[in-house]
Structures are given as structure tokens and as C-alpha cells.
Design a protein around this ligand. Structure first.
Ligand SMILES: [Zn+2]
Length: 170
């Protein structure tokens, strides 16, 4: 009962914020949230042999060799269920389904990682393109890329390989 009351309170609070505040305030709120230092993520390091033994061939290709699955062929690009997406390599939570949106790309797309430090960005100049690579904060596994053409409230599009995600329904 107590939990229900809290949830009701939070929902009304969110509704209130969403409906009555200006865009500027909402944007600031997101920035504060994304900059807030979360609990430190402890790194996992394994040898190539250990990763090969643990991961499927596809997971190894994407996570450890920075591969990319073909669009519309991987997992979850069309998944609309409510839940959390975890890293296949180390089980760290990466994205909340609440931040997933329809991008039309054929890859699962999110506008924000679940917490700071869970998804880390690197400059990627391979293939003659200036892109920003995103990797798992715990196992350094390659996840995909982030682009600046996403929807509000962040304007970001985290384009992620579905085959290295594990979805758990809420
Ligand atoms: Zn990981």
C-alpha cells in the first residue's frame, strides 16, 4: 500500500512537471540528471579467450570487435515492451525502455542511457566518418554510436546493436 502511494505521488509529480514547466526547465533537469555521478561502476576485464568462451559469435563480433549487425535483423529494434535493457557481456543496466523511441533505422534507439557511467562515449574516426562510439561502462564492450539527431528531451540518438542487449520486462 505504501509503495502504491509513493508511485501515485511520483506519477502526479511527473505529470505536474511535464505539464507546467517550460522546455528550458525540463532540459536543465535532464542535464542535471545525466551529470549526476551515479554509484561507481566497477570495471570487468577479461582476456580475448575468456570473452570468446562466454559470448556467442555474434556478441563477440559486436562487443569485442566493434562489429555492427545489419539493420532490422537484430533483437529488440521493434520491441515496445516496458523494461530494462542490459549488456550481454556483463549484465550492467544500460537503457530504460521509457527512453526508447521509433527511429526507423532498424536498430534499437534510445535518447538517454539509464545512468551516468553505464554508457561511455569515445570519438570514432574509423570508416572515414567522425562518429561517437558508445561502450559499456563496465566491460568496455562496443554497443553502437550516438548521434545528435534524436528527439527531445536530449536531442540524442543512441543507436545500439540489439544482439548485445538483454531485455528484462518490468
Ligand atoms: Zn558490459
Amino acid at each position: 500500500m505504501y509503495k502504491i502511494l509513493i508511485l501515485t505521488f511520483l506519477s502526479s509529480l511527473l505529470f505536474h512537471v511535464g505539464c507546467s514547466q517550460s522546455n528550458q526547465v525540463a532540459t536543465t533537469k535532464v542535464e542535471e540528471t545525466s551529470q549526476k555521478p551515479g554509484p561507481a561502476v566497477e570495471k570487468i576485464e577479461k582476456t580475448e579467450e575468456e570473452w570468446r568462451a562466454q559470448l556467442s559469435e555474434t556478441e563477440f563480433y559486436i562487443l569485442r570487435e566493434k562489429g555492427t549487425e545489419r539493420s532490422f535483423t537484430g533483437k529488440y529494434w521493434d520491441n515496445k515492451k516496458d523494461g530494462i535493457y542490459f549488456c550481454s557481456g556483463c549484465n550492467l543496466s544500460l537503457f530504460d525502455a521509457e527512453t526508447k523511441f521509433k527511429s526507423g533505422t532498424g536498430w534499437p534507439s534510445f535518447y538517454q542511457p539509464i545512468a551516468k557511467g553505464h554508457v561511455i562515449e569515445y570519438t570514432d574516426s574509423s570508416h572515414g566518418m567522425a562518429r561517437t562510439e558508445v561502450v559499456c561502462g563496465r566491460c568496455d564492450g562496443h554497443l553502437g554510436h550516438v548521434f545528435n539527431d534524436g528527439p527531445n528531451p536530449t536531442g540524442l540518438r543512441y543507436c545500439i546493436n540489439g544482439n548485445i542487449l538483454q531485455f528484462k520486462e518490468k
